[in-house]
Ligand binder design. Structure first.
Ligand SMILES: *Cc1c(COP(=O)(O)O)cnc(C)c1O
Length: 227
């Protein structure tokens, strides 16, 4: 088996310079995160609020913590002081809560809007219509403590390369449309977070700027013994 450092090196040679590698460390012990850290990795992704807060407390303070999981409004306050980017904003209600918690800690929190691009029913996210309704609303325009930095999406879990490609291309097209219509003057609206261990090369082909990779770096997750 390869080491964390070896795995990181192997992934990095396949990433263009403009693509950020978010090392998805959910369920993994702090020792493994430190192996990546001493090898230069600074962006880590987590999908549980308590787990991310615990790791934030324990690990070096120059780590950028990316929240990538479904986020409940009552837990936003635990992330607000330190989260670097929330990839998984899937409702206006959540965005509004992030804004008010960010205000309390005197921050502007960067956020990505998660879009539903997969066939599966279970994946969270906006439709284009829902996003446009939100972006047009006065309530959205009044938020001052969030910054929309781009979009995030997850492709269907399938062997069909064609389908995965089509879904990533769809997210890319949503990004281009929203950039033109709402964010043309916002230089910060530039990220497309798409691609995981199984599909990140396709995602990069289709315009990804952030890949979220877990098992290829840290090994398979064992949910029975480690959650
Ligand atoms: C777990 C997870 C990943 C990483 O998945 P791997 O297949 O282990 O690379 C990426 N994105 C999200 C939203 C995740 O929950």
């Amino acid at each position: 088996m390869m080491s964390v450092a070896g795995n990181l090196d192997q992934i990095k040679v396949s990433l263009p310079g403009n693509v950020l590698l978010v090392a998805v460390s959910k369920t993994k012990p702090e020792e493994l995160l430190m192996e990546a850290y001493v090898h230069g990795q600074r962006a880590f992704g987590e999908n549980k609020v308590q787990e991310m807060a615990r790791k934030y407390e324990a690990l070096p303070k120059d780590i950028d913590w990316h929240f990538i999981g479904h986020l409940q409004t009552n837990k936003v306050k635990y992330l607000a002081p330190f989260v670097h980017l929330i990839h998984s904003v899937d409702s206006f209600k959540l965005l509004k809560t992030i804004d008010s918690e960010a205000k309390k800690v005197n921050r502007i929190i960067p956020c990505l809007l998660q879009f539903h691009i997969a066939e599966e029913e279970t994946k969270f996210g906006f439709s284009m219509e829902e996003a446009v309704d939100m972006l047009n609303s006065e309530a959205f325009k009044s938020l001052e403590h969030i910054r929309i930095s781009g979009l995030m999406g997850m492709a269907t879990y399938t062997n069909s390369e064609e389908q995965i490609r089509k879904e990533f291309a769809c997210l890319r097209s949503y990004f281009d449309q929203l950039k033109n219509a709402y964010f043309n003057l916002h230089a910060d609206f530039k990220e497309i977070s798409m691609g995981m261990s199984g599909d990140y090369l396709l995602a990069i082909d289709e315009g990804s700027t952030m890949v979220r990779i877990g098992s290829t770096i840290f090994g398979e997750r064992n949910y029975i013994s480690s959650t």
